[in-house]
Design a protein around this ligand. Structure first.
Ligand code: ADE
Length: 261
């Protein structure tokens, strides 16, 4: 399965970094095609303006719907609709394509979202800048039956969607079959599997370094003991720094020997 990713931004050069490293290799292998588009290519005025003042007042600028729609109609192969208020939301939205807007005022993007999106054929990301984008843009495409998502990557505010989109693309594409050589390293990592604990600490050689020793049990060769030690460590670590993940745990995912902290 291959995936096409289109990104729309007023800073398309920002996405040059996606040609590096593992994602660059995946593109070379033909597993994923990433294209970054300059939103200003869809403007018609001499100033190439993409934003305007907020209706109702307030600071900053808001991205205009007209320019975005011309661009997204092209990328999604949709004909413009004169009066979208008459559209009834179709019952079966397109399952292969997802339109995604990063937005600090949206649900958090999680590993579960990344896993689901890794199975899609076509992702289109729209990067907002300034104070945001006109709310009718996602609304219009939802009315046309497009699967539209808005996600925040964390409870902090960035200057625009570019960093958020890079993070989401990296989280999604690394889960595509064939992307990584070692599939186990995905199965065992944090936030995945039946039980979303933080990962246990990792050590490599030497067994003692600058006076600091690797935990003895890891050198024992007893896989049962090693697994138990790591699981206890993961539970204790998660309880300490992410109690919200412990709260959210499905208690059936805990085994009988998991100790109470
Ligand atoms: N745009 C600005 N801040 C953001 C955030 N935290 N997540 C997603 N998009 C954003």
């Amino acid at each position: 399965a291959t995936m096409d990713i289109d990104i729309v931004s007023v800073f398309p050069d920002y996405f040059e970094v996606l040609n590096l490293s593992l994602l660059g290799k995946a593109q070379h292998k033909g597993l994923v095609q990433v294209e970054a588009h300059d939103l200003r290519n869809w403007t018609h005025d001499v100033h190439h303006s993409v934003d305007d003042t907020p209706v109702g007042g307030g600071a900053g600028m808001v991205m205009k719907p007209e320019v975005w729609a011309e661009c997204l109609d092209d990328l999604l192969h949709l004909a413009p609709v004169e009066d979208a208020s008459t559209l009834e939301k179709p019952e079966t939205p397109n399952e292969e394509t997802v339109l995604i807007f990063p937005n600090p005022s949206a649900p958090l993007f999680t590993q579960a979202d990344a896993t689901e999106l890794a199975g899609k054929k076509h992702l289109v990301f729209g990067c907002g800048r300034y104070e945001g984008y006109d709310a009718r843009i996602p609304e219009y495409y939802r009315l046309q039956g497009v699967d539209v998502r808005e996600y925040s990557i964390g409870d902090y505010v960035l200057n625009g969607g570019e960093v958020a989109v890079s993070a989401m693309i990296e989280a999604i594409t690394r889960l595509m079959p064939g992307f990584m050589g070692n599939h186990e390293s995905i199965v065992e990592e944090s936030y995945t599997g039946e039980n979303a604990l933080l990962e246990h600490y990792q050590y490599t050689k030497p067994a003692t370094w600058r006076g600091l020793a690797v935990p003895e049990v890891l050198l024992s060769g007893d896989h049962g003991k090693v697994d138990r030690f790591r699981r206890d460590e993961a539970l204790a670590k998660t309880t300490r720094i992410r109690p919200d993940l412990i709260e959210a745990l499905d208690c059936h995912a805990l085994d009988k020997k998991d100790r109470k902290e």
